[in-house]
Design a protein around this ligand. Structure first.
Ligand SMILES: *[C@@H]1O[C@H](CO)[C@@H](O)[C@H](O)[C@H]1NC(C)=O
Ligand SMILES: *[C@@H]1O[C@H](CO)[C@@H](O)[C@H](O)[C@H]1NC(C)=O
Ligand SMILES: *[C@@H]1O[C@H](CO)[C@@H](O)[C@H](O)[C@H]1NC(C)=O
Ligand SMILES: *[C@@H]1O[C@H](CO)[C@@H](O)[C@H](O)[C@H]1NC(C)=O
Length: 442
């Protein structure tokens, strides 16, 4: 049997820090007709004139390689591309990779004005008209970093284009940013970002900024120095991501874009010396990632929905006897607040279930090393006895859909992951099953 409940046309829930609000109500609706999935090879969608439009519609972020099947450079790129596609597919189902063989897709070649092979273009929000060129990226890890930068919290919003340009012109500081009006991207292949959070209008700004610029010189090409003006309300989402409050500033953090780990500068004062030693200890692998957690509430397990925080998260979710279904929410998000009562109902429904636990976690107050790309709220299922296995929920946000998902996922393992009957190809598996399968193959 095919898994009937999950439509493959799942809208991704990705947000970028720069998005104006990024939190609009996006309750997914399953598609009426169930078209066959677009064919994939090595986690890469095989795109043609006939399915290109559909792929764009179904995928918020689509990175497409235009290639010639027999060319050497295309082959090399294809392998790296597949590696990156596999990794991101597991982490963030909203990002997909596709490929177009232009030897037979002449129309697409013409439409996108492909002159060199291979060429890689990035399509956002189904926009067919203005893909972003992904130039000079050839390795799997670089593709991942490149994509993350364009969609993830690693992008930094800076007040205005003028401001950004001023910073860039100051040479030692580089900025990657999504700006409200246009998207400006400065392609610097640096996976480490250091961010200084400070109000530009403070008395000490000038001195702090001079020190920051001086320190930047030594780390050019290794760590990208970014300034975030905390006197600009629109940068709020960035502070939140780094859990910076007004009281903390000036604050300095390093972000490793590849691992998403954050590091806090141990010293309070922003001086050249402190910045240098922080950067050196980070590059030398000596800095400890910054983890924050709320205290475990006394009544965390007294209600049908269990309350998770950083400190009890692993213990509860990776449990040998329980399936745990977790809602990640942000208290300020309207969508989350609307869904919490539904989540409570789900909790009540399974309150006395022998092996299902319904839980929630305030993701803004607790650092959990999970994929950070989702839009709030988002949901993850931690199967019984799992070792770091996580199943992404991307169905509808209704009690019925949640319950149906749970029933299916909490079936005994042997049954849930049994081999598809012959004649059914791998493409027929749903996203979830593929994720599980890949994990089991590891
Ligand atoms: C950018 O910030 C400056 C102050 O730092 C402010 O005067 C200006 O209005 C801001 N620009 C925009 C576009 O908001
Ligand atoms: C920015 O600074 C001005 C002047 O000090 C202050 O009135 C305003 O509230 C500040 N805005 C933010 C968002 O901190
Ligand atoms: C950044 O993270 C990646 C992936 O975990 C790791 O390989 C790399 O060493 C990290 N960089 C630094 C400087 O710690
Ligand atoms: C798993 O959950 C049960 C019930 O909540 C709990 O009693 C048990 O201690 C947990 N197991 C571990 C290893 O924490």
């Amino acid at each position: 049997m095919k898994t009937p409940w999950l439509s493959f046309l799942i809208l991704p829930f990705l947000s970028s820090l720069g998005a104006e609000d990024g939190l609009g109500p996006k309750v997914t609706k399953p598609k009426k007709a169930r078209l066959p999935k677009i064919k994939e090879e090595n986690n890469i969608l095989v795109l043609k004139k006939s399915n290109f439009d559909r792929a764009l519609k179904e995928t918020k972020y689509l990175l497409v390689e235009f290639y010639i099947s027999l060319s050497g450079p295309s082959q090399t790129l294809a392998e790296e591309f597949a590696k990156a596609a596999g990794q991101l597919k597991k982490e963030a189902p909203g990002i997909r990779f596709g490929k177009v063989d232009i030897t037979d897709q002449k129309d697409l070649k013409k439409e996108f004005n492909i002159q060199e092979f291979p060429t890689v273009k990035f399509f956002v929000d189904g926009n067919r008209k203005n893909p972003i060129d992904c130039k000079g990226v050839r390795e799997a890890s670089a593709f991942i970093t490149w994509v993350r930068r364009r969609i993830g919290p690693s992008t930094v919003v800076i007040n205005s284009t003028d401001q950004a340009e001023a910073i860039i012109n100051s040479e030692d500081l580089a900025v990657i940013g999504f700006f409200k009006t246009s998207v400006k991207i400065f392609d610097v292949p640096v996976e480490n970002h250091i961010l200084l959070f400070t109000p530009k209008n403070s008395e000490t700004f000038h001195k702090t900024y001079e020190d920051y610029k001086s320190a930047a010189v030594e780390f050019r090409g290794k760590i990208m120095f970014i300034l975030v003006d905390t006197n600009e309300t629109r940068n709020g989402r960035v502070f939140e991501y780094f859990r910076i409050t007004e009281i903390d500033v000036p604050a300095v953090r390093i972000l490793n874009l590849t691992s998403d780990a954050k590091y806090k500068m141990p010293a309070d004062e922003v001086t050249v010396e402190n910045l240098r030693s922080f950067c050196h200890s980070y590059l030398g692998g000596k800095a400890k990632p910054h983890v924050s957690s709320e205290e475990i509430p006394e009544d965390w397990d007294k209600n049908p929905v269990k309350v998770l925080v950083g400190k009890n998260f692993n213990r509860v979710t990776f449990n040998k006897t329980k399936n745990v279904f977790v809602m990640f929410y942000a208290p300020w998000s309207h969508d989350c607040r609307k869904l919490l009562p539904i989540w409570d109902e789900l909790g009540k429904k399974y309150e006395h279930h022998e092996n299902i636990v319904i839980a929630k976690i305030d993701f803004t107050a607790n650092d959990i090393q999970l994929v950070m790309l989702d839009r709030y709220p988002f949901f993850r299922f931690f199967p019984v006895g799992s070792n770091n296995q996580v199943v992404v929920y991307d169905g509808e946000y209704t009690l019925e859909a949640f319950a149906e998902f749970l029933e299916k996922q909490s079936k005994p393992k042997a049954e849930a992951t049994k081999k598809p009957p012959s004649g059914e190809s791998k493409e027929d598996l749903t996203e979830e099953e593929t994720v599980i399968k890949q994990k089991e193959e590891l």
